[in-house]
Design a binder for this molecule. Sequence first.
Ligand SMILES: [Mn+2]
Length: 319
Amino acid sequence: MTLFPYKEVVETIKKYDTIIVHRHMNPDPDALGSQGGLVELLKGSFPEKKIIKAGGPVGDLGFLTTMDEVKDEDYKEALVIVTDTANTPRISDKRYQLGLKLIKIDHHPNDDSYGDLQLVNIQASSCSEIIADLYLENQEDLILSKEAARLLYAGIVGDTGRFLYPSTTPHTLKIAAKLMESGFVPSEVNNQMNSISPKVAKLTGYILQNLIISEVGVAKVLLTQEILKQFDLTDTETASIVSIPGTIEGVLTWGIFVEQPEGHFRCRLRSKGPVINEVAKRHDGGGHPLASGANAKNTEEIDQIIKELTELAGKWVNK
Ligand SMILES: [Mn+2]
């Protein structure tokens, strides 16, 4: 017996004629893969229903999916589903509250358990993996199209770093295999996800040149607005470089600190060992044990975050 309400989610979906799917701001491939994958799955299974995607711009991930035009009145009788979003402030398009019922589907720690119904599995590699499970547990009701499978696969590839991160389980690979059977071309998605723009390639060079690595393996790089301007990049476009410091020998945990136009810093924190999400929580953020996000008011707060990461790394090294 499954612990998760897969059946209840589908039974709820069946009761509504309009379903609006949201995801988090600054979408990554898993946000769009789970959102778009769910929408395609439901469209293929319930062609008579109106099933739409809401949210802000998708940046350079338009090869995955794009948003629909969603009107306020669409919410009147709608079921709203939010994917891949741990807490309500991160939900893209605040109108998610206007529906009749709200379902949360996510794989982050459930600290903000919003919604009338929750399908949260923190063991899943990605939210896309959960959507694939939702399909597998309801095959008598749902039809998985090639496009739905492509999107879910892309989400899994995105959140596992191409099956590299420890969140990748035997189940993740079984799901990926199942999705591949639908007939989309995986190498095409992989190539699209793997390619970086010449601008980002240059920024990668900057990061490798300017990364400061401490003795206990804490690495740090600061990207000011000036640097971003110099490389003609926005914060959203810097997402693909987050994993780079982790490829360097001896780097245990790291932070990429991106100055925002308003002056504060968005902190992308990663780790290959020490659990860092408690650090993120202390600094206006949160996330996974080994991949979190936070916000720092100024460079002093960045120094404090580095100090806390250094303590964790020190304990880890000496354990
Ligand atoms: Mn995710």
